[in-house]
Design a protein around this ligand. Structure first.
Ligand code: AMP
Length: 282
């Protein structure tokens, strides 16, 4: 079922809860691919009913970002969700999601100081606002997020804990194309040439992973390895290459416990992100 109104969705949820159904939520911005589908399928496996939200959230885009050009295809997305086992696709308008004069903000501080948070100043405020709204509307038992957006996953987990929201946040592994590029709705922006260049994201991180596995734990050297690999390709511009503690997301000087190795790179005008987590075993 395609639902556009908050009130209609709340009524459906009320009925489901009366029947005792468990509910899973998969928040997305649409233009769905197998990455999203992996979240939906996991949600379908673990819950009686699944809501997929498809909403290009204006508050998480900066003024010079791609809100207007972000790809949209709700008809295709709707079919994809239903075929993947979802019960409801929630596709509200911006006007319905954001009341005029909205003056509430959410700031998960510390966790948003580095990585995408430092490069996209309004981004996580917008993400937290829309996700908290969706969690309040759907009141799901579980909500599913991809590890591809590792900082988003960590921020949402912290927000849910801090605000006593009664939903379990489930992280799901990164789904990649056969050649290693992480699937993303933004990959559709890439020209044929750029698509080839984009492989450098995963390749540079794979080099780092190999070095770490060999025991080379020098943070500076690992970052240099990633940076020089990315810079070896024309038409790349590094936004950041960071190694941070997986939980606090603060940069580390020494690799202990679990670290997140993450990068954001412009391929032409398209900004892509990728990451992996490395667990240091003592
Ligand atoms: P988006 O539509 O880009 O906002 O993504 C919606 C959700 O799908 C987020 O939790 C993403 O982390 C997740 N996601 C997007 N791409 C992938 C991928 N390649 N693998 C796993 N999860 C993904």
């Amino acid at each position: 079922m395609l639902v556009k109104e908050i009130k209609s969705l709340r009524n459906i949820i009320k009925d489901w809860k009366k029947t005792g159904y468990s509910i899973g939520l998969v928040p997305t911005m649409g233009f769905l691919h197998e990455g999203h589908q992996s979240l939906i399928k996991k949600a379908v496996k673990e819950n009686d009913k699944v809501v997929v939200s498809v909403f290009v959230n204006p508050t998480q885009f900066g003024p010079n970002e791609d809100f207007n050009s972000y790809p949209r295809d709700i008809e295709k997305d709707f079919k994809y969700c239903i075929d993947s086992g979802a019960s409801v696709v929630f596709n509200p308008s911006s006007e319905k999601m954001y009341l005029k004069g909205n003056c509430t903000t959410i700031d998960v501080s510390g966790l948003t100081d580095f990585l995408c948070g430092s490069k996209r100043p309004v981004h996580f405020g917008g993400v937290c606002l829309v996700v908290s709204k969706l969690l309040n509307i759907v009141t799901p038992d579980k909500a599913y997020f991809g590890e591809k957006d590792a900082q988003q996953l960590a921020v949402i987990k912290r927000m849910v804990k801090d605000l006593n929201i009664d939903t379990k946040i489930i992280g799901c592994p990164i789904i990649r194309e056969k050649d290693g590029l992480a699937k993303s709705s933004r990959n559709t922006y890439l020209s044929k040439e750029e698509r080839k260049t984009a492989l450098v994201l995963n390749e540079s991180l794979s080099l780092a992973k190999e070095e770490l596995a060999k025991g080379n734990l020098d943070v500076k050297k690992i970052k240099e390895l990633i940076t020089s690999k990315i810079n070896s390709e024309d038409s790349t511009k590094i936004d950041y290459v960071e190694i941070v503690d997986s939980e606090t997301l603060q940069p580390v000087e020494h690799i202990e416990n679990s670290v997140l190795v993450a990068s954001a790179v412009f391929i032409g005008k398209t900004r892509l992100i990728d990451n992996f987590t490395f667990q240091f075993d003592i």
